[in-house]
Design a protein around this ligand. Sequence first.
Ligand SMILES: Cc1cc2nc3c(=O)[nH]c(=O)nc-3n(C[C@H](O)[C@H](O)[C@H](O)COP(=O)(O)OP(=O)(O)OC[C@H]3O[C@@H](n4cnc5c(N)ncnc54)[C@H](O)[C@@H]3O)c2cc1C
Length: 435
Amino acid sequence: MKKQKTDIVIVGTGASGLYAALNLPRDREILMITKDTVENSDSFLAQGGICVLRDPDDYDSFMEDTLRAGHYENNRAAVDVMIRFSRSTIEDLISYGVDFTRDGTGNLAYTREGAHSKPRILYHADITGREITSKLLAQVRQLPNVTIREQVTMLDILEQENSCFGILVRESDGTLATIVADETVWACGGVGGLYVHSTNFPHLTGDALAISLLHGITLEHINYVQIHPTTLYSKTPGRRFLISESVRGEGARLYNAAGERFTDEVLPRDLLTQEVRKQMKKDGKPYVWLDMSPLGRETILSHFPNIYQHCLSEGYDVTRDWIPVVPAQHYFMGGVKVDLQSRTSMNHLYAIGETSCNGVHGANRLASNSLLESLIFAKRAAEDISTHRSETDVSDLGNKLADQLDLSTYEDLSQLQAQYKTMILDEMERERKEK
Ligand SMILES: Cc1cc2nc3c(=O)[nH]c(=O)nc-3n(C[C@H](O)[C@H](O)[C@H](O)COP(=O)(O)OP(=O)(O)OC[C@H]3O[C@@H](n4cnc5c(N)ncnc54)[C@H](O)[C@@H]3O)c2cc1C
């Protein structure tokens, strides 16, 4: 079996993994791996935008909107960190070339989504995630100390006495290999791949959660899964196309089968999902209707060109046609429990982005808080790694642990994936029943 040693291994190349890499010291060797290609992360799919504290007077209402959406189950200290560091994070993104949409006078333009009491979301048309993540990727590609390897899947960690010494992976050619590392960072995204209907990439299957269950790493709120109320209804299997909440924030309307409005379109996601599902049941239909025409042709074409084009390719001209929409799995509020420095319960193991749970989102995420939270807590992980630098050489121990692995456990990938999926869904169910 091939064995490799690096200083820091980052599992995942979405926004959180890339931003962590950018904030780690340049004299440390960093290896990033992704299960798929670098463009295939949920970070590239984000449409609506990224929240920011507009001005100091917005603090209380940003806090309250986040807490109310999260049913007051949020970790207030984590929300405070997110809000306070939001402006500097946006400035950082702009310095990397991220081009947020601006108003007629050249100032940043702000939009609004469900459950926000005021517009505080920055965006780039309706492809904000692509704009941010591609610029972060371009920056990381310039770093001589970072290597990105695609189609490499983490299957397990190298662990002894609650300390992590790296990971076991499946290479793109199907062979097994180990990557021994001083520090391991999980940036593996969410769990959409465990669901039939999801807006997420299907390869995001919560692998870090299953590995946590195997090694006794603490998880939190893993039954807190967000369903997005409006994805484009389709009979074909595969990823569901999201109709961003900001179209409702900007005035799009929901209608039942009789063509009547039945709810407040800017309710928090979980409550709106309930209303949509109730209405679908009453109507006996697998969808309700969404009308984007109140936004006007010009706004639709300038602010939502991606949604316009996608719907057109499915036969709907959203400047005049109503589109059928249905709720689908979208986001994972729970995850690997971390502290405010993104440290897990295992030594030398960090978790960031959607894989982690620092409590920012509580029981339900406020729209456009996830990219922001992912970036801020990725930087905090990088800062913690930088300040607690260990000079101990873990190569020998890591290699010894690699030699002790029973490789037969990992040879049948589909069996392993099925086992991991069952473990996660069972744990979610157990937690749901316990509540
Ligand atoms: C359609 C859509 C629209 C969204 N819109 C918004 C929005 O407008 N605003 C907002 O704030 N948020 C939005 N979100 C949520 C946001 O995009 C995600 O929460 C965020 O991008 C997650 O970033 P991440 O770095 O944690 O994970 P991801 O970007 O999902 O990256 C995960 C990475 O981990 C890798 N990986 C996973 N498992 C393994 C493994 N076992 N081995 C190796 N690699 C692995 C994947 O290949 C990938 O590279 C949206 C999400 C979706 C799906």
